[in-house]
Design a protein around this ligand. Structure first.
Ligand SMILES: [Zn+2]
Length: 277
C-alpha cells in the first residue's frame, strides 16, 4: 500500500475539517481556512502525513502539536511551521519519550493482527523524533486561517501544556487527549496533574454550557456530542472525589512497568500517580 491515502483513514468531520487516522486509533485533524490550513497533531510517523494533507488541501499547512507525547508528534519533522505550548518543548526541541503504550508493542500488535504497513516502511528501523524547530504559541491565542478563526484553549492535566482547538462557529472542540472513554484518563505520567485536570473540566463545562461547542473530537476514539458531553461533569466530579480521597483505588502498573493508582469513574479507568494526586 502507499504511504498516503491507502495507509491513512480519512473522514470529513465538518464542512471545513477532516480526521486523518493512522493505524486506526491515532487521529490528527486538518482544518481549512481560506488562506491556510491547521493540522492538529502528527500521528505516529509511519505514513507520509504531509503528502496526505496535500491531497486534501492546496493551502500551506501549519502544524499544531496538542501535546508532545510520542503518538502525536510522529511526522512533525515533515512540517516547516510547528507550534506548541511552551511547556511541551525545550528551546523548540522535544526528545520523544515512549510513555504508555510503546511503539514497538503497537507494531507487534498490528503485525500479529495480520495488518499491513506501507510498502516503504521498515518496522525494524522505526523510531520517532527528536522534534526540533517548534515555535511557542500562547494558550488562549487565536489562529486566523483566513475567513476562519480558531481559539487555542489550555487543557492541562494529562500533559502540562496540552492545547485544545475551539472552532466556535462550527460548535466543535478538537480536544487531543483531553479525555477518552475506553482508554479512560491517563494522569500518571510526569507532568500530569489531577488538580489541573479538575480546572480543565470546569473550564470546558463552562464553555459547553455557554454553547461554545456541542461536539468534541478526540485523538483515539469516536467523538462525543450533545448530552453525552455530561461526561465532562462526571469526570470532573470523579477527579474531585480522587482529590478528596473519597474514591477507592488499586495500586497497579500501567502495563508498561509504570506504577499507578487505578480508579474507576462511571466505569471508565483513571490512572494517577501512585503516591500523590
Ligand atoms: Zn497523550
Amino acid at each position: 500500500m502507499n504511504r498516503t491515502d491507502e495507509w491513512y483513514d480519512v473522514e470529513r468531520v465538518t464542512d471545513r475539517s477532516w480526521r486523518i487516522a493512522e493505524g486506526t486509533i491515532f487521529g490528527s485533524y486538518l482544518i481549512e481556512g481560506d488562506d491556510r490550513a491547521l493540522l492538529i497533531d502528527a500521528g505516529i510517523g509511519i505514513g507520509d502525513l504531509r503528502g496526505m494533507a496535500a491531497e486534501l488541501t492546496d493551502l500551506p499547512v501549519t502544524l499544531l502539536l496538542s501535546h508532545a507525547h510520542w503518538d502525536h508528534v510522529g511526522n512533525a519533522s515533515q512540517f516547516d511551521e510547528v507550534l506548541a505550548d511552551g511547556r511541551e518543548h525545550e528551546n523548540g526541541r522535544v526528545e520523544v519519550s515512549y510513555i504508555g503504550y510503546h511503539p514497538s508493542e503497537w507494531i507487534a500488535d498490528w503485525q500479529s493482527a495480520g495488518r499491513e504497513f506501507p510498502d516503504e516502511f521498515d518496522p525494524d528501523g522505526y523510531e520517532i523524533g527528536p522534534v526540533t524547530g517548534i515555535e511557542t504559541v500562547a494558550p488562549d491565542e487565536e489562529i486566523d486561517l483566513g475567513g476562519v478563526t480558531v481559539e487555542l484553549l489550555p487543557v492541562p492535566g494529562h500533559s502540562p501544556g496540552q492545547l485544545a482547538v475551539l472552532d466556535r462557529e462550527q460548535g466543535v472542540l478538537y480536544g487531543g487527549d483531553v479525555f477518552h472513554r475506553n482508554h479512560g484518563l491517563y494522569v500518571h505520567f510526569e507532568g500530569c496533574s489531577v488538580e489541573s485536570y479538575v480546572d480543565t473540566f470546569d473550564r470546558l463545562i463552562g464553555l459547553w454550557d455557554a454553547g461554545a461547542f456541542d461536539t468534541v473530537y478526540i485523538s483515539h476514539e469516536r467523538p462525543l456530542s450533545g448530552e453525552d458531553l455530561s461526561l465532562l461533569e462526571t469526570f470532573r466530579d470523579g477527579l474531585d472525589a480522587v482529590l478528596a480521597d473519597d474514591l477507592e483505588y488499586e495500586q497497579v502498573d500501567d502495563g508498561t512497568g509504570t506504577p499507578a493508582r487505578r480508579y474507576e469513574i462511571a466505569g471508565y479507568p483513571v490512572l494517577t500517580k501512585p503516591d500523590i494526586v
